[in-house]
Design a protein around this ligand. Structure first.
Ligand SMILES: CC(C)(COP(=O)(O)OP(=O)(O)OC[C@H]1O[C@@H](n2cnc3c(N)ncnc32)[C@H](O)[C@@H]1OP(=O)(O)O)[C@@H](O)C(=O)NCCC(=O)NCCS
Length: 197
């Protein structure tokens, strides 16, 4: 259903974001990166509690809720799916960045989750992690790498992706239950999206 022009009411208790889909259809040149004190490792058999914790620490400021709402079984199936690759960026003895690549559609890769924790935002780790993501994605036989980002995400995320070489091609409105009202994320998170009850 197409939304009409003008303002559309969003019910109390819900949040609404503008989602932008971006893609690249050829391997780009990598932007200059800073070799910081971080490393990346592929996590072949991710534990659900480990994943939830990292997903939460990277994403709760930006209201990433999708994986937090899953049961253990649902989450295990999502992160253990063949052709889904999970990588963690480690810094100072702790995992502080998440990269999830989904190769389940033939000849495509979705950058399903990408980000670093608040400790590392603005440090150069994001660009370094993106370069590793591009190498991992384009090392497989893909014709397209795509992702989506939304207006709850870090305000610099969209421009960061465009500098990387992603081109926007689709825009959607996403409406969801506010994850701060059912206990998945603290009420104090994401002041840029006020709670409306
Ligand atoms: C989106 C996100 C990855 C952007 O990363 P960031 O922290 O702004 O990125 P960086 O600090 O690595 O890079 C910003 C720029 O500063 C540069 N930079 C930062 N620190 C630097 C340093 N010490 N020396 C040299 N360059 C530096 C980077 O090279 C980069 O420049 P470029 O984009 O022209 O290559 C990050 O904000 C994030 O993880 N946010 C939380 C999760 C999120 O919103 N994810 C996106 C949703 S899909």
């Amino acid at each position: 259903m197409m939304l009409p022009d003008g303002y559309s009411d969003v019910p109390a208790g819900k949040i609404a974001a503008v989602v932008t889909h971006l893609q690249m259809t050829a391997r780009p040149s990598l932007l200059a990166e800073r070799a910081g004190p971080w490393t990346l490792r592929r996590v072949a058999d991710p534990d659900v509690d480990w994943f939830r914790d990292l997903f939460y620490r990277v994403g709760h400021h930006w209201l990433w809720f999708s994986r937090l709402r899953m049961s253990d079984d649902e989450l295990r199936a999502a992160i253990h799916a063949p052709l889904v690759e999970i990588h963690a960026l480690s810094y100072d003895g702790r995992d502080e960045g998440l990269l999830e690549l989904d190769f389940r559609t033939a000849r495509e890769c979705e950058l399903a989750f990408f980000g670093v924790t608040a400790r590392l935002i603005g440090s150069g780790a994001g660009r370094w992690l993106m370069n590793r993501a591009l190498e991992a994605a384009w090392s497989r036989p893909v014709d397209r790498l795509w992702l989506h980002t939304c207006t709850f995400d870090h305000p610099k995320a969209l421009a960061f992706y465009e500098r990387t070489g992603f081109i926007a091609f689709r825009r959607q409105i996403e409406i969801a239950d506010d994850p701060r009202l059912d206990g998945f994320i603290p009420r104090s998170a994401a002041g840029h999206v006020p709670i409306i009850e």
